[in-house]
Design a protein around this ligand. Structure first.
Ligand code: PLP
Length: 418
């Protein structure tokens, strides 16, 4: 790995090596992370990165795009087959730009959008005051029921009827439950709104058919291709055939410039891999592991938001453990387990502190961890929470975490040797 860089820039090559070692020895439980397969690495670093192209197959603005056309056509065909979609546009560079391209396709400045509250699981690009989209469009929000911590669909319906949005968005960054797409689609239809689902976090689980797909219900489905999809750091959008022209025009020239052909090729590989038995089994284990961790942490006295999980992540309420999300994140990081602090619904703490952490099971499941190891991790987490300032305790926890993860290599041995 990095043969040339090692010679021309040892400083940078050293940083890559350090990061590889960090990942190798770390128990990665940030819900948005996963490990890119070696093929994704190869294709992302391939000569396709040299090609500039804009437009669509057969209608490019640059010469020499014949092979690129084949890549994009192959990728779109595989993507549609995998997700059972009528149309795919996979030019977006990320989940964020996937969303922007849909907004560019169907909204005009001042239009109203209804989405899920950021502090209850939604995403920055769904109308946070900190994101530029809130300067262009008007956003209002729905949230979860304080008792069940599930989306309050009745309140959402009421708000949609009052607010009359042009677009309703479902999908979240920290919602551990299955979303009732059919219900939201019915509301959207009733109020004459487009319905978009952002499946950034769950696309891998959807592709493997271990949780329900939003594709049959939504006008547009956007996604990142990292996270559970385990592919290149990029994005994708699906839509009904009737919106295909709108979406393509909204994406290019509406929202984006030239295509990143190297990540497009990596995505094309992943659209095939995600249909495999191997990928299905990993995704099944992700869900089993998440359930297992939720149950174990509950036994140790943590409260799990919504009392469990249906997908790859869970949100733990730490108040019963007398530790904040920030402090727990830092204590776990110091022993080699990475999670992120996260607001719980109706959190009394500030976003920079929080009462919870979000824990994801994708990366560890890819490495082969199963229920016995997950139970061990729950025990380590509890031991950290019990005495997060005790150096001896943290040292013992770190040793246990390192011994555990050492049994499950990040990549096959020798993968990066020259
Ligand atoms: C992560 C995420 C995004 C953004 O994806 P990026 O690839 O990081 O730009 C968009 N929407 C949701 C719901 C997400 O969780």
């Amino acid at each position: 790995m990095l043969k040339r860089t090692k010679m021309s820039d040892p400083v940078l090559a050293g940083l890559v090596q350090e990061e590889l070692e960090r990942q190798e020895h770390n128990i990665e439980m940030i819900a948005s992370e996963s490990t890119a397969p070696l093929e994704v690495m190869e294709l992302s670093g391939s000569v396709f990165t040299n090609k500039t192209l804009e437009g669509y197959p057969g209608r490019r603005f640059q010469a020499g795009s014949q092979i690129a056309d084949k890549v994009e056509e192959l990728a779109c065909k595989r993507a549609c087959e995998l997700f059972g979609a009528e149309h795919a546009n996979i030019q977006s560079y990320s989940g964020s730009t996937a969303n922007y391209s849909v907004y560019a396709s169907i909204l005009t400045p001042g239009d109203k959008v209804l989405s899920m509250r950021l502090d209850q699981g939604g995403h920055l690009t769904h109308g946070s005051p900190a994101n530029w989209v809130s300067k262009i469009y008007q956003f209002d929000f729905y949230g979860v029921d304080p008792e069940t911590e599930l989306i309050d669909y009745d309140a959402m319906e009421k708000k949609a009827k009052e607010y009359q949005p042009k677009l309703i968005i479902a999908g979240a960054s920290s919602y551990p439950r299955i979303i009732d797409y059919k219900r939201i689609a019915e509301v959207a239809k009733e109020v004459g709104a487009y319905f978009m689902v952002d499946m950034a976090h769950i696309a891998g689980l959807v592709a493997a058919k271990v949780i329900p797909s939003p594709i049959p219900y939504a006008d547009f489905v956007t996604s990142s291709t990292t996270k559970t999809f385990c592919s290149a750091r990029s994005g994708m959008v699906f839509c009904k055939a009737e919106h295909a022209k709108l979406l393509d025009k909204g994406t290019f020239p509406g929202a984006l410039g030239s295509i990143q052909l190297h990540t497009m090729a990596a995505k094309a590989w992943s659209f095939q891999y995600a249909a495999s038995q191997e990928f299905r089994e990993i995704m099944e284990q992700v869900v089993k592991n998440a359930r297992c961790l939720a149950e174990e942490l509950t036994k140790y006295g943590f409260r799990i938001v919504s009392d469990g999980t249906d997908n790859h992540l869970l949100v733990a309420d730490l108040r019963s453990k007398n530790i904040t999300g920030k402090d727990f994140q830092n204590a776990l990081d110091s022993i080699g387990i990475t999670v992120n602090k996260n607001m719980i619904p109706f959190d009394p703490q500030k976003p920079s502190v929080t009462s919870g952490v979000r824990i994801g099971l994708t990366a560890v499941s890819q490495r082969g961890l199963k229920e016995p190891e997950i139970r061990e991790i729950a025990g380590i987490m509890n031991q950290v929470a019990e005495a997060p300032d005790n150096e001896e305790n943290l040292k013992a926890c770190k040793a246990q975490a390192q011994a555990l993860i050492a049994r499950f290599p990040l990549y096959p041995e020798g993968a990066f040797e020259d």
